[in-house]
Design a protein around this ligand. Sequence first.
Ligand code: APR
Ligand code: PHB
Length: 385
Amino acid sequence: MRVQVAIIGAGPAGLMLGRLLELAGIDAVIIERRSADYVLGRIRAGVLEQGTVDLMDRALAGTRMHAEGLVHHGIELGFDGDRHRIDFSALVGSQVMVYGQTEVTRDLMALRQAPTIYEAEDVELHDFDGKPWVTYRKDGVTHRIDCAVIAGCDGFHGVSRHSVPEQSLTTFERVYPFGWLGVLTDRPPVAHELIYAHHERGFALCSQRSLTRSRYYIQVPADEQVGAWSDARFWDELRARLAPETAEAMQIGPSIEKSVAPLRSFVAEPLRFGQLFLAGDAAHIVPPTGAKGLNLAMSDVATLADALIEHFTEGSPAALDGYSSHVLGRIWKAERFSWWMTSLLHTFPETGPFGRRIQRAEFDYLTGSLAAQQSLAENYVGLPL
Ligand code: APR
Ligand code: PHB
């Protein structure tokens, strides 16, 4: 097989890139390690920046999102029981859309006309410094795909970044000393908007997937085992970290999904190696506190798609040459915001009493300063592409 672009990974980044290229008449195949059902079975975040909403519309994939998504005009921040609403509309004239990443993936999958090769084993990237080609094994047969460009959209553990010679890559990483224990339940959300709460017992987040399905998280030690948490223990700990009136209002129910996720900040530089381009979690990871993971992947893909379209339709290499530096500027701003939200809202025992006072002062400064709230709001709703 010969294509113009071989996309590695059928997560949100790979599927959105494939869709944008397909609409531009560019021949791209997606090669995915897992089955379609496995990809759809992943429970991930659920907040779309306006830029991501616009990209879904550009991809002609936004119908269900607009019908079922929930537009949110703010979030609530809590700190040891004190509560403060960040009003996005009043502060920066924008909003976000609550719509699960799984649904974004489902919508993009349903629209895809070009080939997606699922359950591709032993994917390997070859000669991306010259004339790239990809091999994979399926049903015991090894296949080869020749291409002009490879887009590595295969996530943090994917083969693309790991195919780059170590000396050609610089990585930056911070692993946090805690993780998030998340629960999905078919009960109405405790509040109309998301609640991010700092408590001396640890961080808690009240999120949602719809008016009848809620998503909750609590900070746990990095090595926590999900088996140590019964539903009852989870609900008690979550409510202990929230303002009393919020805890009182919560409708608890059986967990339909329960898992622990580690938190890390990670960036690889640069994001281009010959004709291999990295996008999404293959290039960077953010702690989920700022709801940036999916949105950052989508903004990478918007830039990469435009650069590839310019390259293949106008023969101009300029945008592709500028891809890495362009997206890294935005990536680091999202890394900064995600780190800042994580630092404000989680407990870090090692920082001691002084560190806790600084966190309290940060919250008090934020809630007392319109400028500080505007800064939070403009980052949360998404910086301009
Ligand atoms: N070969 C082919 N496909 C692979 C390989 C491989 N060697 N390794 C991983 N993949 C696939 C994974 O199975 C997954 O479907 O690549 C896809 C990568 O998808 P994501 O990890 O979702 O990454 P991305 O598309 O960049 O989306 C980022 O997803 O995980 C969340 O928090 C993250 O919200 C962020 C978003
Ligand atoms: C979620 O709904 O899963 C979610 C929402 C906001 C975040 C992180 C996760 O910051």
